[in-house]
Write a new protein. Structure first.
Length: 213
């Protein structure tokens, strides 16, 4: 399968469409099995998406929200992804959603939705280029792995490639020209150690919906 690219002129249009697609899937899964699970990324890109999603009408009390990765910091730190999600997503109509931290990732598996981000260095989650743990992160059947980045702050706990692939709906959300250039390079790239996002984008067994401005 190949990646599907969805281009938007404006960030607000992207956020509108992605949040409504996510809401549709969450509702469908709640109807089907009584609950729905979603893993989200940290960073600055998802803030507007979180705010939009938090105003979507659905039975949030049956939604479990987890993380694609986390920094090893106090949960109240401004650099904590748990704090980010609690501040921007678990509010308004979504205030009843249940947050599940990385240590309890198993409670969410298999995941219904993952929303990945990407750095300008082509990392996704906390799978950083040429990191010493990357081979293990690509090959293990564990859901999470501890990673020490060489070029980013804090030790991390990251979802593994196995965790990311075992998800029904995989979205990549990127904004800006620079990231679009990185995306185009990553789509043609076969060195997954140099550009970890390529391991997700170019995997023949999965389909990734790329939402980009
Ligand atoms: O917690 C994190 O840092 C991430 O999950 C990470 O993979 C993020 O998605 C990218 O670094 C993009 O971050 P920005 O959105 O800030 O560019």
């Amino acid at each position: 399968m190949s990646s599907i690219l969805k281009a938007f002129d404006e960030s607000s249009e992207l956020v509108e469409e992605l949040s409504s697609q996510i809401a549709i899937i969450l509702k469908k899964e709640i109807l089907r099995k009584g609950f729905a699970t979603i893993l989200v990324s940290g960073g600055s890109t998802p803030k507007k998406l979180f705010e939009k999603l938090s105003n979507c009408s659905l039975d949030w009390s049956n939604v479990k929200v987890g993380l694609v990765d986390e920094r090893v910091v106090d949960a109240t730190s401004l650099d904590s992804n748990e704090n980010l999600v609690k501040t921007y997503l678990l509010k308004n109509k979504a205030s009843d959603a249940q947050f599940i931290n990385m240590q309890n990732q198993n409670d969410l598996f298999p995941f219904d939705i993952i929303v990945l981000g990407m750095g300008n260095d082509a990392h996704t989650a906390s799978l950083f280029p040429n990191n010493e743990k990357l081979k293990e992160a690509f090959e293990t059947k564990d859901l999470t792995i501890n990673i020490t980045p060489s070029n980013a702050p804090y030790n991390r706990v990251s979802s593994t490639l196995y965790a990311i692939k075992n998800c029904e709906h995989i979205f990549l959300h990127i904004e800006g020209e620079q990231k679009f250039q990185v995306l185009q390079k990553a789509l043609k790239n076969s060195d997954i150690y140099n550009m970890p996002i390529s391991a997700v984008l170019n995997d023949k067994d999965i389909q990734v919906e790329v939402y980009h401005t």
